[in-house]
Design a binder for this molecule. Structure first.
Ligand code: PMP
Ligand code: GLN
Length: 386
């Protein structure tokens, strides 16, 4: 049987979570929190289920959620979107990205992105018959990941149809600063291409980051060529709900809607009103959420340093990356396959997110979106094993 996408196999997240279940190891691989989101949101979902909000919601999402999405972007980023026509609710950020790529790329279209890239980017581009043009992020002397501006310029060309930007960035924890974003924006304008910005970690930027979160759409000339993607999964600790959204100028959003209607049609009826409630929570919720994850990052970073790894700087997200060379590692895949048995911990080899595999050969990602006792246990196990 010859099937499409066969070279993609099983995602690394599924492989590593299965390994964790099989070995009983502490799972710092797949990025999902081990605590629940805000109780107001959970109650609202339960109430919606009981109230019978269990049939197909409207195609673009329920009006109250689209209004809450627009209000949230006005409140945090001073970005104005019309809930009718400029906001679309999707089955997680994953569907928003896939639908956007399928809507904007014809076969042969080149998509500029940064590597390591979130794995669904490569899959979405492949489904569209596009070609990825990855620009490599490398850790600098200060541990912060950066890129060579000339490499970025060289990735653009006459066949460029789309840019895919993820900031805060999974798996590196990099937060793109204003200078970096300005260069990306100027190239998008020079080549007249739209951008999909994956901002699922928009509320996970730590106080010592090089920059606050700056949505690319807020830069001059960018609002009308940017599709902003986000999701409830990260901000409200409900990764299994798969309620995401995309916002942008009406012509781009309607192009995505056309594709989305044939992928899932609609999703998450009783969860949509609950996410609307969550988006409207007070500033104290958001501040506590960020502070909680920053403390968890600090805890895991200290543990990984004690265990002997070279720990790269994580400015945001759920993730921190390390170089395994100081503990005798040569290859992240071999290292991560052996780690559950050797140390009772699961991590993710970031080389699987690179086209230029050498650049990520020895880099491994750990998730810190776990309870402090779990992070301490993982650190103890790693210290004894390395
Ligand atoms: N983009 C990035 C960078 C992610 O890390 C994730 C999930 N962890 C997603 C997209 C997918 O989000 P969702 O679960 O809402 O589909
Ligand atoms: N985004 C999560 C991560 O990076 C995993 C999502 C998934 O398993 N598809 O770990």
């Amino acid at each position: 049987l010859v099937t499409r996408m066969r070279e993609f196999g099983t995602t690394i997240f599924a492989e590593m979570s299965a390994l964790a279940v099989r070995t009983g190891a502490v799972n710092l691989g797949q990025g999902f929190p081990d605590t629940d989101g805000p109780p107001e949101m959970l109650e609202a979902a339960a109430a919606a289920l009981r109230a019978g909000r269990n049939q197909y919601p409207p195609g673009p999402g329920i009006p109250e959620l689209r209004a809450a999405i627009a209000a949230h972007q006005r409140r945090f980023w001073a970005l104005d979107y019309d809930p009718d026509g400029e906001v679309l609710v999707t089955a997680g950020a994953t569907e928003a990205i896939a639908a956007a790529v399928l809507a904007l790329c014809e076969p042969g279209a080149e998509v500029v992105c940064f590597e390591p890239y979130y794995d669904s980017y490569a899959a979405g581009i492949a489904l569209a018959g596009g070609v990825r043009r990855p620009v490599t992020l490398r850790p600098g002397p200060d541990g912060r990941y950066g890129f060579d501006p000339d490499e970025l310029r060289a990735a653009f060309g006459p066949r460029t149809r789309l840019v895919l930007l993820n900031s805060p960035h999974n798996p590196t924890g990099k937060v793109f600063d204003r200078d970096e974003l300005t260069l990306i924006a100027s190239l998008c304008q020079e080549y007249d291409v739209p951008v999909v910005t994956d901002e699922v970690y928009e509320h996970l930027v730590f106080t010592d980051a090089a920059a606050p979160h700056i949505p690319l759409a807020t830069l001059p000339g960018m609002r009308d060529r940017t599709l902003r993607v986000s999701s409830a999964g990260k901000t409200f600790s409900c990764t299994g709900w798969k309620v995401g959204w995309v916002s942008g100028p009406a012509p781009l959003v309607s192009a995505v809607t056309r594709v989305k209607q044939f992928l899932t049609y609609v999703n998450g009826a009783p969860l949509q009103p609950a996410v609307a409630v969550a988006l409207g929570l007070g500033d104290d919720y958001y501040a506590a959420f960020t502070a909680d994850l920053q403390a968890k990052r600090d805890l895991l970073a200290a543990g990984l340093t004690d265990a002997g790894f070279t720990v790269q700087r994580s400015e945001g997200t759920y993730f921190i990356t390390v170089d395994i060379a100081p503990v005798g590692g040569h290859d992240g895949i071999d290292f991560c396959r052996a780690l559950p048995t050797a140390a009772g911990v699961v991590a993710v080899p970031t080389q699987v997110f690179y086209d230029h595999v050498e650049a990520g050969r020895r880099l491994v990602r750990f998730a810190f979106c776990k309870r402090p006792e779990i992070l301490r246990e993982a650190a103890t196990r790693l210290r004894h094993a390395t």
